[in-house]
Design a protein around this ligand. Sequence first.
Ligand SMILES: CCCC/C=C/CC(=O)SCCNC(=O)CCNC(=O)[C@H](O)C(C)(C)COP(=O)(O)OP(=O)(O)OC[C@H]1O[C@@H](n2cnc3c(N)ncnc32)[C@H](O)[C@@H]1OP(=O)(O)O
Length: 360
Amino acid sequence: MQVSQKDFEKAQEQLKHLKKDPGNETKLKLYALFKQATEGPCNAPKPGMMDFVKKAKWDAWNSLGNLSQDDARQKYAELVSSLVSAEPAVQKEEASPEEGRHDGYETIIVTTKNNITKIMFNRPDKKNAINHKMYREIIRALQEAGKDDSTIAVITGNGDYYSSGNDLNNFTNVQPSEMKKMAEDGAVLLKEFVGVFIDFPKPLIAVVNGPAVGIPVTVLGLCDVIYASDRATFHTPFSQLGQSPEGCSSYLFPKIMGFAKANEFLLFNKKLTAAEACAQGLVTEVFPDSTFQKEVWARLEAYANLPKNSLAVSKQLLRSVEKEKLYAVNSEECEVLKERWLSDECINAIVNFFQKKAKL
Ligand SMILES: CCCC/C=C/CC(=O)SCCNC(=O)CCNC(=O)[C@H](O)C(C)(C)COP(=O)(O)OP(=O)(O)OC[C@H]1O[C@@H](n2cnc3c(N)ncnc32)[C@H](O)[C@@H]1OP(=O)(O)O
């Protein structure tokens, strides 16, 4: 039985109210079916290679060939219905707001409790990839945490990943004429993001709950203590992505782990286990995943009872020796990256990721 126009419209309405992001692949299917149902077979001109999102949408629509509009409506309604039935029950956290939770954040969860401000990356479905909004929210959260009454601040991830790094969608949907501006704006944002880590005025602890890729790894060099689950891995695949190191890692990582190890890590994409990262001085201590949260938070709560001002001035003394150098390194790294983002090497790596040809 074919679905009526009314059922088709109802499915469109239901889709707007889904709580769980259905993922890019499903969204592409829905887009294609919607276009086929409302406009018929794809006759639009094929978008350019660099217009990743438009190209993926065009490919999806075009792949439906001569499917009839009625059949497309039917398949669309069936797909929406399957998504509605798969919706999870409302999460507890949403029903009862966590004590000490700060308002006004969408991509991170910020709480202050027991003298600790915790900043938690919160895009678990996307492995906590950092989109532009999240960069800005982390900047704001760190600036506020630097001034609030907490003794220490903690960064961690929600879900199975710490963070999969820069959200590669930050590079998509850009017209060729806007590429240069995209790179310039990206460099400004990155410089500000790394700058708040350089300037952070109190102890900053990274609680690395799972794999970490790219920028969340490089800024670990600017954190004061790094605790990792034995499930965590550390990966800076810059050459694989046609990019170059940031987060002051080009200066700090050789100092932390020595040139021989830093080169393998930053140039040749070597992924480190938590134990290896600890042996090389990037991680303070590794804990078994089964007791990670319990052990780490017990320790942090004890640290957070130490005299706050003493900790802050000591942290600032340790950092002040290197501050000017770090500002200079940050600027230089952002300048180099601005060029890298416009390179064929980088563009091809991103195209490959979105065409599912390359995953790390
Ligand atoms: C201001 C600009 C600053 C720029 C500086 C930063 C440099 C970097 O950070 S470089 C590092 C960039 N990161 C990556 O290249 C990682 C890319 N992701 C992957 O290779 C895989 O997703 C990963 C190995 C991390 C995990 O693989 P799986 O366990 O198989 O999971 P999925 O691939 O299915 O991921 C689930 C879901 O998340 C989306 N995802 C994950 N990471 C990213 C990312 N970095 N950017 C965009 N999207 C990401 C992935 O596409 C899946 O989405 P759906 O298909 O919609 O479910």
